[in-house]
Design a binder for this molecule. Structure first.
Ligand code: HEM
Length: 456
């Protein structure tokens, strides 16, 4: 139901429809417990441009295909990252690539891009193969009929791949420690991003202590990686540089090297951004596959065929890739993207004041029936056909698009291909697709408990 709008919220003009203060109060529990559901409700009630009754900063949700495109691509330079969401994340990652605002980002992205160069990505294939071989061994040894949390395996596997590829480090040995530290730091970050007024970091509240402990653990992991790399560097057999080498050697246009702090920030950024995202997508993939034995057989068949003919690769397994894309459409791990308008703009005819907070959600844009056919239906083969490319934004779009996009496809598709060829998954009696919990990524609430059996 649409409410009558006042002309302004404490001096900030009202320029688009949206809920009023009392509506927000009524939805307080929803905002806290499931902010994505609240955003969806606002979008479905008020339309593609919604203004919330918040004066500082004026806050908008944009969910029209052309509006999202304008913020990320067309007028992308007008939208910076100095938002509450990224400031909270930077408590963990510092000024790494993901959270850096425009100036710092412009200096660092060209230094880091070479690590994701296609030639280096070919090294990802053998690394992913060896990690999946390890997972196959672990799943083989699971007692028949036992229920395992597939999510934990995906988190550990994804972390191992990131560690080996980017840093030449074996993070597998203490993967639980790093994964737990990452998830628990992010929990505090999310709580902060939802409540703007929080005690400063130096006050030892339980949340701040938890954050500090997790950040210390991540710092320790970084130090041990740097130590390991400098030992390895004395007797390297390959001259292919990894991320640590690139970061240590990199200089800016004035010839300055990155400081130890900058190197630490980039490494933690990659650990945080590079493993939970891919793991979330993979966990949802298993959650959906467990409902559909026929789809498992078909995708396993495609993988088996590729192995015997052209070879296993993302290009040679279009159905697995399409299925993975459909997972990214329906469960986009990075469900929330925020920006700050640097100067005033107009979106779909609505005035956007300078300083406004812009909220975009791939999860909502992927449900917009103005561009997607039957968006509410999961269609594994959807991406084999024409689809609205510009409105498919699991990796964002424009200048700040995900640097790890190709990496994510290689890892995601190869993990699925390797495991599907060997195993079948099903829910235990009474099990069902878990609920989504929109944290930093959309996580399956309570994990993904499945029974795994060897393919007959
Ligand atoms: C399915 C997996 C992934 C998803 C869904 C995902 C999603 C995203 C999204 C939406 C953004 C843009 C955020 C914005 O515009 O504000 C982003 C940026 C970024 N991602 Fe990913 N990502 C994934 C995997 C990875 C991997 C594997 C890595 C590294 C190994 C990575 C590293 C980064 C970094 C460093 C940025 C910041 C790029 C910049 O601003 O220049 N991501 N990611």
């Amino acid at each position: 139901m649409k409410s009558k709008r006042p002309a302004s919220f404490l001096g900030t003009p009202s320029t688009a429809p949206g809920p009023l203060g009392p509506d927000m109060l009524r939805d307080f529990a929803l905002i806290r417990n499931n902010p994505l559901a609240f955003l969806e409700k606002s979008w479905r009630t008020y339309g593609d441009v919604v203004q919330f009754p918040i004066p500082k900063p004026p806050t908008y949700l944009i969910n029209s295909p052309q509006g999202v495109r304008k913020v990320l691509v067309g007028n992308g330079r007008n939208y910076g990252k100095s938002t509450i969401q990224y400031r909270a994340l930077s408590l963990v990652t510092g000024e790494g690539l993901l959270t850096a605002d425009t100036d710092v980002w412009q200096r660092t992205r060209p230094l880091i891009q070479p690590a994701f160069h296609q030639a280096l990505l070919t090294e990802l294939v053998p690394i992913t193969d060896s990690v999946t071989a390890g997972l196959v061994d672990q799943w083989r040894n699971i007692p028949q009929g036992a229920v395992i949390d597939v999510d934990q395996f995906m988190l550990a596997g994804a972390l191992e791949v990131v560690g080996k590829f980017l840093f030449g480090a074996n993070l597998a040995t203490n993967s639980h420690v790093i994964t737990d530290a990452t998830l628990s730091a992010l929990e505090v970050v999310i709580a902060r991003a939802r409540v703007p007024i929080t005690p400063p970091n130096w006050i030892p509240t339980p949340a701040n202590r938890k954050l500090q402990r997790s950040v210390n653990t991540l710092d320790q992991a970084v130090r041990s990686m740097l130590r390991q790399r400098s030992i390895d560097a004395t007797h390297l057999t390959t001259d292919t540089p990894n991320m640590i080498d690139l970061l240590s050697r990199a200089t800016d246009q004035h010839g300055n090297k990155l400081t130890a702090r900058q190197i630490r920030d980039e490494i933690v950024t990659f650990i945080v951004a590079g493993h939970e995202t891919v793991a979330s997508a993979l966990s949802w993939a298993w959650a959906i596959l467990a409902m559909d034995p026929k789809l498992q057989d078909e995708l396993a068949h495609e993988a088996g065929h590729a192995r015997k003919t052209e070879g296993i690769s993302v290009e040679n397994m279009p159905r697995i890739r399409s299925f993975f894309d459909e997972i990214l459409r329906v469960y986009p791990p990075a469900w929330l993207i925020t920006r700050k308008a640097l100067e005033a703009d107009s979106i779909d005819g609505h005035a956007i004041p300078a300083g406004a907070l812009i909220i975009l959600s791939p999860a909502l844009l992927h449900q917009n029936s103005k561009v997607w056919d039957s968006p509410e239906v999961f269609i594994p083969d959807r991406f084999l056909h024409k689809f609205p490319r510009e409105s498919f934004i699991p990796f964002g779009a424009g200048l700040r698009q995900c640097i790890g996009k190709d990496f994510a496809y290689v890892q995601g598709v190869l993990f699925l291909a390797a495991l599907l060829q060997k195993f079948q998954v099903r829910y235990p009696e009474g099990g069902n697709i878990p609920e989504g919990e929109p944290l930093v990524t959309i996580r399956p609430r309570g994990g993904v408990g499945l029974v795994v059996s060897l393919r007959g």
